[in-house]
Design a protein around this ligand. Structure first.
Ligand SMILES: [Zn+2]
Length: 133
């Protein structure tokens, strides 16, 4: 059982089921949606995600026909996306409060990645446990 929440804490959820490997998506839609270089997602079976609080806060934006991206209408945290007829959620890893032991599967849509993100250089630039020194 994993727990997670949106930034404002209005939405609280639990995941009770097997999650897929983590995928990092660099497509422009994900970059815009999350205002980041890429989004990190996993699959969660439809019957494994339980919204425990704040279901009324969940809003969605249909980014392409049949694909709805669900987020907190108060703070804007994206929680999951759902395609019509898909048997799982495209779950957004960043709102988890617990740490699942998942593998990273791959990066996708690198042909569309942000010019300011170099995937090779990203592992080589200086790293800090907190703020840069
Ligand atoms: Zn929120």
């Amino acid at each position: 059982m994993l727990k997670g929440s949106c930034l404002c804490g209005g939405i609280q959820y639990e995941i009770d089921g097997e999650m897929g490997d983590v995928v990092h998506c660099h497509c422009p839609t994900c970059r815009k949606t999350h205002a980041t270089a890429f989004s990190s997602v996993s699959s969660v079976p439809l019957d494994a995600l339980h919204i425990k609080a704040g279901e009324e806060l969940l809003k969605y934006f249909e980014s392409s026909p049949g694909k709805k991206r669900y987020f907190c209408g108060n703070c804007g945290s994206h929680i999951y996306a759902k395609r019509k007829d898909q048997n799982h959620y495209v779950f957004r890893m960043g709102t988890l409060d617990d740490s699942p032991n998942l593998k990273q599967a791959h990066h996708i849509w690198l042909s569309e990645k942000a010019a300011w993100y170099d995937i090779d250089e990203a592992c080589q630039i200086p790293r800090f446990a907190s703020w840069a020194e």
